[in-house]
Design a protein around this ligand. Structure first.
Ligand SMILES: [Zn+2]
Ligand SMILES: [Zn+2]
Length: 253
């Protein structure tokens, strides 16, 4: 067995940022072009890298889902232009997100952001719209107090840094909704109304209508949160100046 001298001097570099096992990586299966997220993903061990359920061939042209999509068919009016998700929200992805949310680990954050970079590159390869402004779905103040950070904002800021976008805080959350999983689909759609408001920032007087706004969130379930945020965002602009809002989500449940 060959001795790995490198691991003696830099043991932390060789450890997979997700599972902590020794990472012997191959970058061949990484579907992201930007060198920084590529490098981050190549620091994963082969087993963790293989377990990422990339959404490579979306079937729904609207929300980027891998299967036929009832939600998008049912929704009569839509406030966002399109959305794309990087991965399916399977048990492994649930574990990764939970680990990140509750530990706030920076290494894990960069891995999650690198996964989201896949959706960004897919979206920008699909649409002709240019993007300059990126923002995130806000979390409620009480949740912010408990957790100390908004995971969607953290991921959005990483993308902003890598792809040269401007992160802007454009929305805030007015009240805390009950845990979504406890509600029926119907009541969830109704309840989103009134949850968000637009920040009154100087941005709204400037013209961003020529570019789209990217709106980041971690999980896409029914699209109601995304849709409501897009509505509030767009309505904060003058009618003739409304930019298109594009959703970019880490995982599709
Ligand atoms: Zn691993
Ligand atoms: Zn859909």
């Amino acid at each position: 067995m060959p001795i790995n001298f490198r691991s003696w001097f830099a043991p932390s570099e060789a450890a997979c940022p997700v599972c902590g096992r020794n990472a012997v990586n191959s970058s061949s299966a990484i579907p992201v072009r930007h060198p920084t997220p590529r490098r981050i993903l190549s620091s994963l061990c082969a087993s963790c890298l293989r377990s990422i359920p990339w959404i490579v061939h979306p079937l729904c042209r609207i929300c980027g889902r891998m299967e036929r999509c009832e939600d998008c068919v049912r929704r009569k009016a839509r406030n966002y232009a399109l959305s794309r998700c990087a991965v399916r929200y399977d048990n492994t992805m649930k574990d990764w997100l939970a680990l990140y949310k509750y530990r706030g680990n920076e290494q894990l954050e960069s891995v999650l952001a690198a996964v989201l970079a896949f959706a960004y590159e897919r979206l920008t390869g699909t649409v002709t719209t240019g993007f300059q402004i990126i923002t995130a779905v806000p979390i409620a103040p009480e949740r912010m107090r408990d957790r100390g950070f908004n995971q969607a904002e953290r991921l959005a800021r990483r993308l902003a840094e890598w792809y040269g976008l401007d992160y802007e805080t454009l929305l805030f959350r007015l009240r805390h909704t009950e845990k979504q999983s406890l509600k029926s689909r119907r009541s969830r759609v109704v309840d989103m109304r009134g949850n968000f408001a637009a920040e009154s920032s100087g941005l709204f007087s400037t013209s961003v209508a020529s570019t789209g706004i990217l709106l980041i969130d971690d999980i896409y379930t029914t699209g109601s949160t995304l849709d409501e945020c897009a509505r509030v965002l767009r309505e904060s602009f003058h009618m003739e100046n409304r930019p298109d809002v594009y959703g970019l989500l880490w995982a599709r449940s």
